[in-house]
Design a protein around this ligand. Structure first.
Ligand SMILES: Nc1ncnc2c1ncn2[C@@H]1O[C@H](COP(=O)(O)OP(=O)(O)OP(=O)(O)O)[C@@H](O)[C@H]1O
Length: 254
């Protein structure tokens, strides 16, 4: 579980996030949603230790990341897997070398152990035939799969995904969403996904945090989102045709 407590962040005196509180549970897909520029990525980066906040704390299973010894911080960092926006694969490395990278950096496994793990994980994400391909030779959806495999290869307890569907067509987005959900359940990870894709929210969002201009406006399960009151959230939702229809149905029942 990850707990964010009273977190505030600004850049050069400009307030970006104000007093954010939220809980991200294990074995669930937790989503941070909101319009462009509202602070989603800054929140994600503050949680994973890239942007230290001015105020507040982030607890990883009770361990305060910004208020613990360097050794513990390193330990927590090793438990974090990250799928970056745009996948961020090394162009000059093969698929297998990309996936193996965290094991090379963080473990002292033997080469054959590493290769076995890479083979297992690539099979799990449906890329058993792509070991020797270069990132430029595979599709955007396959690149995301490689990014997911790399994020979880070292048995990550916490999986962070920044806009996992960016640049993907709707059908591939559904497949990637499905994979994130399956991995979350199978590996019992605490998964945090940043997105502004309402289809993803409906597909996989067990728990949602909605940000609006740096404030947390609403928190709850995706099953409740169409009934949520805040106007800023209603406006965000109504950009999606399907959700507009669902909200209209909800209103009819009232
Ligand atoms: N390193 C930085 N230095 C200064 N300002 C930053 C930095 N990173 C983000 N910001 C500012 O913080 C605000 C929130 O940015 P953020 O990237 O979190 O938005 P977002 O909600 O993730 O948007 P998008 O969906 O477009 O990615 C923006 O005004 C952005 O310009």
């Amino acid at each position: 579980m990850i707990e964010v407590k009273n977190l505030s962040k600004s850049f050069m005196g400009k307030s970006i996030l104000r007093n954010i509180n939220g809980t991200f549970e294990q074995g669930k897909v937790n989503m941070i949603i909101g319009a462009s520029g509202t602070g989603k990525s800054v929140l994600l980066k503050s949680i994973v230790g890239l942007y230290p906040p001015e105020e507040g704390e982030v607890l990883f299973n009770g361990r305060s990341f910004y208020d613990c010894e360097l050794k513990m911080q390193k330990e927590i960092r090793q438990e974090i897997g990250m799928l970056f926006q745009g996948s961020a694969l090394f162009d000059s490395k093969t698929v297998a070398q990309n996936v193996k990278f965290p094991l090379d950096m963080l473990t002292d496994y033997s080469e054959s152990e590493k290769e076995d793990r890479v083979a297992d994980i690539l099979k799990r994400v449906g890329l058993e035939h792509a070991h020797h391909k270069m990132p430029s030779e595979i599709s955007g959806g396959m690149q995301k799969r490689v990014g997911i495999a790399r994020a979880i290869i070292n048995n990550s307890k916490y999986l962070f995904c920044d806009e996992p569907n960016s640049g993907l067509d709707p059908q591939t987005s559904i497949l990637i969403d499905g994979l994130i959900r399956e991995i979350t359940l199978e590996y019992n990870t605490t998964t945090v996904v940043v997105s502004h894709d309402m289809n993803s929210v409906l597909e996989i969002g067990d728990h949602i945090i909605f940000l609006y201009k740096g404030d947390k406006i609403w928190e709850g399960p995706n099953t409740e989102i169409t009934k949520a009151e805040p106007e800023s959230l209603q406006q965000f939702i109504s950009a999606n045709k399907l959700l507009r229809a669902m909200v209209a149905e909800e209103n009819k029942k009232r």
